[in-house]
Design a protein around this ligand. Structure first.
Ligand SMILES: Nc1ncnc2c1ncn2[C@@H]1O[C@H](COP(=O)(O)OP(=O)(O)O)[C@@H](O)[C@H]1O
Ligand SMILES: [Mg+2]
Length: 604
């Protein structure tokens, strides 16, 4: 019983909100609570000083002290709320900032990626991500004032009840009992708890997505070309409408409990006031005390159910989401931690040993009992159709995931036993969906910094010399900003990898780095890359068979299996899939070249 009550308190909205405030700023939170209690006590003190003043007037006594007290309390009642509001706004902003810090850290810190791909967590992330932008509720700097107001009332109501005990012990019991009952009777109307049901969060996610499609650049081309302006506006309206309807449904006051509440409160007040009236009429209750106790009885009503429950709910939901994400993301994105040095690796060989891997939350393995050895210092091309598992191999080598069975070994060491940051510093990659930083060309090539001459050499090797000045921002909408074509961006991404090679990386993964170039452009770039990375281990991924002939070895991948492996000449001689595909694709390429008058041997 005790434990379950503790559970309830812990999961309550007030606990959630109150628990997070001191973590954002301990002394500010303490000050805020102190002023809150003081504000709560003031109305009760006020009715007591008022009674004292009336009594002094009646007794024709000296009014100086009662008037001074009465006046001081009155002044405090006036000046504390704005001070408290300022404190609350500050504390709210700090808390929001703290939560954002927690959230960004929770997203970025885990070494794995599982936490960003789990649908459960990504839905929570939608709720949490923009919580303070006033899209779905007021920002914390403002809701703190509502929370303060609500809590001041509760404290005030309880303090009034204590004053009322000076009249009769049962009077505050009857009144607080009735007012507290309203919380219980009307609790269903507070159930914005439903705001976190799967249904509501889905509605929010859809509304959010429609909104982003409308306001952000990536969809701009399609929205116009396909005439989708009205479609997206209607869709956003509809989704938002659905979201509000669902919340309204959960928030609506239930009629019957409302009637019960009114009757109960009415009866309790009639009993108390009737008793007071009778006592005053019989002369047992002097006017001064009647004024105090009647005011205290009215003050007790501040305990009533109302705005506090609502605002707490709205504020607690995103806080709870952030805290939940913090815990779950760490777990979902975790990889086993190890500390063996990856210095100088790979020096001998990279080996996939009977690796079986399926993505989290899927059943079909992408690689099953996969075996492949790559001698250090050589280049390997992996070719295969879309979905063969090429990108997955690259991701596993970066240790973004761990295989379920088997192991990836570097120089005979399972990479799971290597210090992960150390290993990743040995690897560089151009991913298929590489990042395009909205930053200067210099930062795009070397986000963590590198000497300018290294950056310029890397750009040159990637065939991107003279694309732009190193200080040019590679995005429109900035002073001197410029946008690049898909192919130009790919050269920048390549330069980033080649720059990392110059800074010491030992394994280069290039996942379709030139898919946006034509066959000839790809062949040319592959030639440049292989020359620039001759001293390191290079894995070159392509879905084209006609462009990788200069790699030391070529691996043909099909449905997660190595179906052919060897040099270009060996595979041509073997007359299998590679030969067929090469001839099919290369013949077009050579015909084109002949038409344009390029001597054939220049293409070798
Ligand atoms: N993050 C992911 N979660 C679940 N399945 C994935 C994920 N990424 C890829 N897959 C699936 O794994 C298979 C292999 O994908 P991938 O390695 O990207 O192929 P390729 O790069 O050869 O085109 C595909 O069937 C794809 O749908
Ligand atoms: Mg791929």
């Amino acid at each position: 019983m005790g434990a379950s009550m503790m559970e309830q308190v812990r999961s309550s909205n007030l606990w959630t909100v109150a628990g997070v405030l001191p973590r954002a700023d301990r002394s500010l939170a303490l000050t805020w609570w102190t002023v809150l209690i003081l504000r709560g006590l003031l109305p009760a003190i006020f009715v007591v000083t008022m009674g004292a003043l009336v009594g002094a007037v009646q007794r024709r006594a000296d009014l100086t002290t009662p008037l001074a007290l009465f006046g001081s309390v009155f002044v405090l009642l006036q000046i504390l709320p704005p001070i408290h509001r300022a404190l609350g706004a500050n504390l709210g902003s700090r808390t929001a900032a703290w939560l954002y810090d927690q959230l960004t850290a929770a997203c970025v810190r885990p070494p794995g990626m599982g936490h960003l791909e789990n649908p459960k967590l990504t839905t929570d992330l939608t709720v949490a991500r923009d919580f303070d932008l006033a899209i779905t509720g007021p920002p914390m700097s403002i809701s703190m004032d509502f929370i303060a107001g609500g809590l001041v009332e509760i404290v005030g109501g309880l303090a009034s009840a204590i004053v009322l005990a000076g009249y009769k012990w049962w009077a505050p019991v009857v009144l607080t009992g009735a007012w507290i009952a309203t919380h219980w009777l009307l609790r269903e109307s507070t159930v914005w708890r439903d705001r976190n049901t799967e249904e509501v969060r889905h509605a929010q996610r859809h509304a959010d997505y429609a909104y982003r499609l409308a306001v952000e650049p990536p969809a701009a081309k399609e929205l116009r070309l396909f005439g989708l302006a009205d479609w997206i506006v209607d869709r956003f309206r509809l989704r938002r409408r659905q979201l509000f309807d669902l919340r309204w449904e959960a928030t609506r006051l239930r009629e019957r409990p409302l009637v019960w509440s009114i009757l109960l409160v009415l009866a309790a007040n009639i009993v108390v006031f009737w008793s007071m009236g009778a006592a005053a009429f019989d002369g047992h209750l002097p006017l001064a005390r009647l004024v105090t106790f009647a005011s205290a009885a009215i003050g007790t009503s501040m305990i009533a159910f109302g705005g506090l429950s609502w605002v707490l709910d709205g504020t607690a939901a995103p806080i709870a989401a952030v805290l939940r994400l913090e815990a779950n993301m760490e777990q979902e994105g975790a990889l086993t931690r190890s500390y063996e040095s990856a210095e100088g690796m790979p020096a001998r060989e990279i080996r996939f040993r009977n690796v079986t891997f399926a993505y989290p939350h899927t059943n079909e393995p992408v690689l099953a009992d996969f075996d492949l050895a790559i001698p250090a210092g050589s280049s390997l091309a992996i070719v295969g159709q879309n979905g063969a598992g090429k990108t997955t191999i690259a991701k596993l080598l970066c240790r973004l995931y761990d295989p379920q069975q088997g192991a990836i070994e570097v120089d005979g060491v399972d990479i799971r036993t290597l210090d992960i940051d150390g290993w990743r510093s040995r690897v560089t990659a151009v991913f298929q969906d590489f990042i395009r930083f909205e930053l200067s060309l210099r930062e795009n090539v070397a986000p963590a910094g590198a000497p300018d001459d290294v950056i310029l050499q890397a750009l040159d090797e990637a065939g991107a010399a003279h694309l732009a000045d190193l200080n040019t921002v590679l995005a429109r909408g900035y002073p001197n900003g410029t946008d690049l074509s898909g192919g130009q961006w790919q050269r920048i991404a390549l330069a980033r990898a080649l720059c990392a090679v110059r800074l010491g990386a030992g394994l280069v993964l290039l996942d379709e780095p030139t898919a946006q170039l034509d066959v000839r452009g790809e062949a040319e770039i592959f030639g440049r890359i292989l020359a620039a990375t001759r001293h390191v281990t290079t894995i070159l991924i392509s879905h084209r068979f006609s462009t990788v002939r200069h790699a030391d070895r070529i691996c043909v991948l099909d449905k997660g299996k190595v179906v052919e492996l060897g040099t270009h000449h060996e595979l041509m001689a073997a007359g299998g899939r590679y030969k067929t595909m090469f001839e099919l694709q290369a013949s077009r390429f050579y015909e084109e070249a002949e038409e344009e008058g390029t001597p054939l041997d220049a293409l070798d």
